[in-house]
Design a protein around this ligand. Structure first.
Ligand code: NDP
Length: 333
């Protein structure tokens, strides 16, 4: 498959270029940057055949099969719609767009054009999360009653740009991290919140955008979910806990890009340390995407999954700014 990168980004450089190349049949034939010089330098550094600033020209290449979009969030929609219109398959970064309605428009366009649109929610691909899902589905903790998500970290200095000072580019911890947590909890439970409440804050990093938020979600089954996302905590660990009628799953360091962490099952029989696969999360995302393009199953996270996670983040933002309890609007999905 011939890939084009839309966005000369950090995430592509650090994870996706190697993940795409982990499949021997893949080639990256072009990269798009808004800056010609930066794009050329990026192409040279990463051994990509060509660079361009012209989206239409990039997409007009008949040899191009798929694009990976990892520009800042406000660009995802028009770039995805252009790629879809050109008949290309699209793996798009989260959040899919700036609004749920825009993300839905992307999903509808892809379905109409018969191309794959996937969301790069990497956590679903982690060995730890695949194992947690298996434990819950097998009834090892009984009926789930409550979930706690600990996803407040310290934003690396190299990423302290648009994320902390540019709401128009999709900055703020809610679009950045709440979408991942909504997707992950939805993946494990098979349901998404009916309503949410939240309080946000702008502490040492946020300039005009929130850099931390805590929220509570009520699921259709009645399960309560408590989450904490942040950019400013230097020494906190991430984690995810599921508490059920027969046991609990307690995890540490699993809300991460690396295949690391600990998963513990606690029941009346005692505490069991759960082993899981340490495969690369992004390579699995690419593998599932390519399977979907070949007509074999769905991507790990579909476009619709991206709409759902964005709908939850939008409701959390609304709840945090209005101080009210907000019903999540999934736009009819
Ligand atoms: P970056 O800030 O690295 O890249 C975003 C854009 O900023 C690029 O497209 C590029 O524009 C421009 N840019 C990047 N580096 C420089 C530089 N040194 N000088 C000038 N401009 C620069 O963002 P991220 O890679 O962190 O995030 C990109 C997207 O990926 C976001 O949507 C984010 O939410 C998502 N993401 C997803 C993750 C996941 O695990 N699923 C993890 C991290 C990010 P141009 O292309 O025009 O050159």
């Amino acid at each position: 498959m011939n890939w084009g990168l839309i966005g000369a980004s950090t995430i592509a450089a650090e994870h996706l270029i190697s993940a795409i190349r982990s499949c021997a049949d893949n080639q990256i034939i072009s990269v798009l940057s808004a800056n010609a010089e930066r794009g050329a330098e990026y192409a040279k550094t990463h051994d990509i055949m060509s660079s361009t600033t012209d989206l239409e020209a990039m997409l007009a290449d008949p040899d191009l099969d798929a694009v990976y979009i990892s520009t800042t969030n406000e660009k995802h929609k028009f770039q995805a719609l252009a790629a879809i219109a050109a008949g290309k398959h699209v793996l798009c970064e989260k959040p899919l767009a700036m609004s749920c309605a825009d993300a839905l428009a992307m999903v509808n366009a892809a379905e109409k054009a018969g191309v794959v649109l996937a969301t790069n929610h990497h956590l679903r691909n982690a060995g730890s999360h695949l194992k947690i899902k298996e434990l819950i589905a097998a009834g090892r903790i009984g009926d789930v009653q409550a979930v706690r998500v600990f996803h407040a970290v310290y934003l690396p200095e190299s990423l302290q740009g648009w994320r902390i000072n540019n709401a128009a580019a999709g900055g703020g911890v809610i679009p950045d991290i709440v979408v991942h947590d909504a997707d992950t909890v939805g993946f494990h439970l098979g349901e998404y919140p009916l309503e949410v409440t939240a309080i946000e804050a702008s502490g040492s990093l946020g300039q005009g955008v929130e850099d931390s938020v805590m929220s509570v979600w009520k699921m259709p089954s009645g399960i309560l979910v408590q989450t904490h996302e942040g950019f400013t905590l230097r020494h906190a660990e991430t984690g995810l806990e599921f508490h059920g009628t027969k046991g609990s799953i307690i995890t540490k360091n699993v809300m991460t890009q690396q295949p690391i962490g600990q998963v513990e099952l606690r029941t009346a029989d005692g505490v069991e340390e759960i082993k899981f696969s340490d495969h690369n999360l992004y390579a699995r995302s690419i593998d599932r995407f390519m399977g979907a393009v070949a007509g074999q199953g769905q991507p790990a996270a579909t476009g619709r999954d991206g709409v759902r996670s964005l709908a939850v983040a939008a409701a959390v933002k609304q709840a945090a700014t209005t101080g009210t309890r907000v019903a999540v609007n999934y736009g009819g999905l």
